[in-house]
Design a binder for this molecule. Structure first.
Ligand SMILES: [Zn+2]
Length: 312
């Protein structure tokens, strides 16, 4: 498998050793990290090739008057554990916490994080849900916790350790700085045009929008208009983006195209949907079985590729 097309999601985890090796490579490529100047001082780490492409894209967009920057580059395994715990604590307080501490939940979360953060990695490898129940019982409960339910909600936005694209060093979140030096919220309507100008130009530099709107069946994530992934070259990035695919659908399409039997099954309308399970998990596969139209973008893509190969 092309290293640029590695699929990483809840069903395709990277192990801790691999992530540590990627980190060593990333550090070497960046000689210790990148500093972003201006009103925001951030030190982020990215794969060198990815960074150089991002810089070219950013320079091109600066001609249109935009001041984009990249943040949340590489994230380590333990960083993701800390993020996961902190999101779980906040979401649990939201869902089950005492009404009186709700307004101060970030303070509570920070206090807990401060007290416990060194132990998070060990807890995660043990029984993280049980540990969380223990912490939360200290700050008061109003009802029985259903932390598996909280986990489902949290993991739509924050991947569990090993499942974050940020482990790859080929992913970053974009930010935009306005003329007053302020960080803009790209989800606000007034920045929609800026976000779209970025999306339209990104494939020319090898980047795809990783979590587009309306595709969470495949990605398992909510829309994130700030999160980009490098896929190796502009041709593949356009192949994915221009056909309205996610990386998961691209993997599904190529699994089918590389296997004559599956290809014929798709043609005859009797595809064995179980081949989707290793890519997107059982729940999403079940949804697609019930509503096969969800695979239309994949079908159209395969049809297009088949027709192109005939006319060549
Ligand atoms: Zn991100």
């Amino acid at each position: 498998m092309d290293k640029y097309l590695i699929l990483i999601n809840k069903y395709n985890l990277l192990d801790e050793d691999t992530i540590n090796k990627i980190y060593d490579g990333v550090i070497e490529a960046n000689e210790g990290g990148i500093e972003y100047d201006g009103s925001l001082h951030r030190s982020e780490k990215l794969n060198g090739e990815v960074l150089s492409n991002f810089n070219q894209l950013r320079d091109e967009l600066s001609k249109k008057g935009y001041n984009f920057f990249a943040e949340s580059g590489f994230r380590g395994y333990n960083d993701q554990i800390n993020l996961w715990f902190s999101r779980m604590i906040i979401a649990s307080i939201d869902e089950y916490g005492h009404p009186l501490i709700k307004p101060a939940k970030y303070l509570v979360e920070r206090l807990i994080a401060h007290l416990c953060i060194d132990d998070y990695p060990n807890w995660y490898k043990g029984n993280p849900i049980k540990k969380l129940e223990g912490i939360l019982s200290v700050i008061g409960r109003t009802t029985e916790y259903d932390l598996e339910n909280v986990r489902k909600k949290v993991e739509i936005e924050a991947a569990p350790p090993g499942a974050s694209e940020h482990h790859l060093g080929m992913t970053f979140d974009i930010g935009l700085i306005d003329e007053n030096g302020k960080n803009c919220d790209l989800t606000k309507p007034q920045y929609l045009k800026a976000a779209h100008d970025f999306i339209n130009l990104a494939p020319d530099y090898g980047f795809i929008l990783r979590y587009p709107n309306g595709k969470n069946v495949f990605t398992g994530c909510k829309e994130e208009i700030w999160h980009y992934r490098y896929v190796g070259n502009p041709e593949i990035a356009h192949d994915i983006m221009d056909n309205g695919l996610t990386l998961e659908e691209y993997h599904i399409a190529h699994t089918i195209m590389n296997n004559q039997e599956l290809f014929e099954q798709l043609e005859n309308g009797n595809l064995n949907y179980d081949i989707l399970i290793p890519i997107i998990g059982e729940d999403a596969t079940k949804m697609i079985k019930q509503n096969p139209d969800l695979l239309n973008d994949v079908r159209n893509y395969i049809k297009l590729k088949y027709e192109n190969s005939k006319t060549r």
